[in-house]
Design a protein around this ligand. Sequence first.
Ligand code: FEO
Length: 392
Amino acid sequence: MIKISDKIFYVGVNDFDKVLFEGLWPLPYGVSYNSYIVADEKVALIDTVESGFEEEFLQNIYEAVGERQIDYLVVNHMEPDHSSLITYMLDRYPALRIVANAKTLPMLGGYYGVPADRVQVVAEGETISLGGCNLSFHMTPMVHWPETMVTWLAEEGTLFSGDAFGTFKAADEVVDNETTFDEYRDEMIRYYSNIVGKYGTPVQSALKKLSKLDIKRICSTHGPVWETCIPQVVALYDKMSRYEVERGVCIVYGSMYGNTAAAADALAMELDRRGVPYAIHDLACNNAGELGVSGALRDVFRYDTIVVGSPTYNNGIFPPVETFMRALQARLIKGRRFYAFGSYTWSGASVNQLNALAESMGFEILGAGLSFPQAYTREKCDMKATADLLLA
Ligand code: FEO
C-alpha cells in the first residue's frame, strides 16, 4: 500500500510473472494492475486487480483502511485485469455496492453473475458523495472497451482514468518524478499501440472531454501515478491518438533462410550510415527479449515510413509478416509511407501482395518494391537506391 494523499491510497499490485498480456503482448518489465482507495466518511475502492493477487490486494486494503467497511466499488472498466476480483470483494464485504454505468451492468452479470441489486448504476456526470468529497463519473467509450468510464475526484484534482494514460512496466515508485516519463516512454507507446491503438478517435474525444478538468493527478490502471509528468503524458497520448509520427523508418521483416533478413540488415546499415532514425524488427526470431509484432507496432506509432520484408511463402506472404500486416489493418493506422521487399525462389508474390494490403490501408506506396530471386547479394539489392527512395 502506498499513501498518495490524506484520502487516496494505492492498493494495486505488480505482476512480474505474466509472460503475455492479453495472451499476446510480451511483458519484459512486468505490468501493474492499479487499484485505489478513496477514504472519507465513506470508503470507495476504484477497480480491482487481476486474479491471483487476492491476498496481496486484501492486505493492501487492510493497510489503507483496516477493518473499515468499503461502501463502494467503482468499476471504471470491465476487462478482467481490473475486474476479476469483483466477486471476491463482494463476498468479503457484504454491504459493498458496485458503482457502474448502464453498459457495464450486463457485463457484470455475464462475467461474474453479479446480481443487479448490488449495482448502483450511474450516468454521465452523476456524483456520489463520500462525505467531504465527491466522485463523479464520465463516460469514455472505447478507451478501451465500450463501457469504459473515468472517475473524477474534484476536491483533489484527481482523475481515475482507467486504461487511459496507462503503460506497460511495473510501477516501482508508484508516484512519478521528473525522470519517470522518460523511463516509461517506450513502454507507454508500446502499450498504447498494442492495446488502444485502434481507438484513436475515441481517445481524442475523451481527451477533449477531460481537457475541461483541472487535473493535478492521474491515477491510471497501469503504471505510475502521474503528477509531475502530466503534460508529457497527455501530450504523448494526444499525439499517438492523432496518429502523428516523426520522420524515420520502421523495418519489419520475417525470413526463412536469411536472405530477406540480409536485405533488411543492409537497409538498416545504409540508414544508420546516413543518420536516419530507424528501428528493425525480426518477426520470425523467437529469441528471449524479442518483442515481435508488439515492438513493431510500437515503432509504427513512432515513425512515418514502414518498410516490410517477406519472402514468398506458398505463393503468398510469410505468415508472421501477414500477422503483422493484419495488426496494422486492425489499428486503422493513417498517414504512413510504405515500401516492401523480399526474396523468392521460383515466383515472387509477397511484395505485390504486401503493396496491395498497404494500399487498402491508404498508405502511400513508395514504388513497386524490391522482389529479388534466391540469395541476397548487394548487386540484386541496391540499398543506396532504396534509401534514396525512402528519404525522397
Ligand atoms: Fe487494463 Fe483494458 O484493461
